[in-house]
Write a protein that binds this ligand. Structure first.
Ligand code: PHB
Length: 403
């Protein structure tokens, strides 16, 4: 290790000295020198996340978690530091390819970390599948990213939209709920979460009475809640997240439905918003790959470090960002900071076992976590873990053919 570092230092030092001489003389740099300069310089990391809009808090939590993991590693990778380039993607799919290109073409990032919104993710995928840029998805569940559009350079540290919703079907039947209404935003994540729920619920013998949608990020729930009251399903199931989820929980209670028709969802419904919603969330059961109260040394240490650093409680988004940092670290450590060795980076990132606050997980062949899905229940300000709803759940990765 010491030997490597000294050799590396000498090599880079010599290259830089030669470089400055060449530049001063106005001479064009030979390719080898340009490469040596980039090897010696900082690793260029792009962050494409929402910092405004209904998912703004999610973007912040992801970046916090990501930076925490990197800082815990000492901030250096094979002797190289990281340089960050940031874009606020506003959760706006219409601007997605332009924003991804800003990072890749203008800023020349060597790895792009993002994003939250599945529709924006589809735009990023288009760009990185063409450029071959290393890409780590710290939230967006778009099934295609590790399904029909899977690619060697695309990794995810979060979930597919199918994954946390699938175990809900079984749960509802165990609770005796034979009929349900599903309610969500009309976009990829909502539709695919519904798909996961439908798979699990129909297999378990449940019947979906109606599927209801409103445009993203609309929060005018009143008419739909009135319709639900008239339909009288055994249960209501939904996918909402961020500010929209907080508003939905308050409206559900205000409409008098809480306590009358039990409400379930993938755990995004109650994650990161409990401070804001208070009693309206109490007792709600959800399924997700994380829960605040996972009582392990790993999770407790993570929660303490996060709270100390950011003066905030972490949530599932912070964990996914943290794990994106662990994944990148695993690749960079294996390659001693040589991120340009893409084949080596990919191989190292494929073979990881991530020691996550959520519990250890491995990377599927399609580059998505194989992970436990927990049953959680809101108790006070906590998503309390009540058990494991599905052990080591892998997404079916429909249509993934890795090139
Ligand atoms: C998504 O759009 O994929 C998405 C957004 C927010 C979540 C989960 C999934 O909490």
């Amino acid at each position: 290790m010491t030997n490597y570092k000294r050799r590396d230092f000498l090599k880079n030092g010599a290259a830089l000295a030669a470089l400055s001489g060449a530049s001063a003389a106005g001479v064009l740099l030979p390719a080898t020198l340009a490469q040596a300069q980039s090897a010696a310089g900082k690793i260029r990391v792009g962050l494409m996340l929402p910092y405004t809009g209904t998912f703004a808090q999610l973007g912040v939590a992801i970046e916090n978690g990501f930076r925490l993991a990197l800082a815990e590693h000492g901030g250096k990778f094979g002797g190289r530091e990281l340089e960050f380039f940031k874009v606020d993607d506003e959760s706006d799919p219409a601007k997605a390819t332009e924003n991804a290109n800003k990072l890749i073409q203008r800023d020349k990032v060597e790895v792009l970390v993002g994003t939250v919104h599945s529709g924006v993710e589809m735009g990023i995928l288009k760009v990185v599948r063409e450029s071959g840029t290393l890409h780590i998805i710290p939230n967006a569940g778009a099934d295609a990213a590790t399904g029909g559009l899977c690619a060697p350079n695309v990794f995810r540290t979060s979930f597919t939209n199918w994954q946390p919703s699938y175990p809900l079907g079984d749960l509802l039947i165990k609770r005796g709920h034979k009929s349900a209404v599903y309610l969500t935003w009309k976009y990829g994540a909502g539709e695919e979460s519904l798909g996961g729920f439908r798979d699990g619920y129909s297999k378990a013998g449940g019947k979906i009475l109606k599927e209801m949608f409103l445009p993203f990020p609309n929060v005018e729930f009143q008419a739909l809640l009135t319709e639900i009251a008239a339909l009288k399903p055994d249960a209501v199931v939904c996918f909402f997240a961020g500010g929209g989820a907080a508003k939905f929980l308050r409206d559900y209670a205000a409409a008098g439905l809480k306590g009358k028709i039990p409400l379930y969802g993938s755990g995004f419904l109650t994650d990161g918003i409990l401070e804001a919603v208070g009693d309206a969330a109490e007792g709600i059961e959800t399924t997700l790959h994380y829960g605040d109260g996972i009582d392990t040394k790993r999770n407790n240490a993570f929660r303490l470090a996060y709270a100390k650093t950011f003066k905030l409680q972490p949530d599932v988004y912070a964990v996914q960002g943290y794990d994106a940092g662990l994944l990148l670290t695993a690749g960079l450590d294996a390659m001693k900071g040589d991120i340009a060795n893409k084949a080596g980076m990919i191989k190292a990132m494929e073979n990881v076992k991530i020691d996550s606050p959520r519990g250890p997980w491995t990377m599927s062949k399609a580059h998505n976590p194989i992970q436990d899905i927990y049953l959680r229940k809101v108790v006070g300000k906590e998503n309390k873990v009540m058990g494991v709803a599905h052990k080591a759940l892998a997404d079916p990765a429909r249509g993934c053919k890795m090139a």
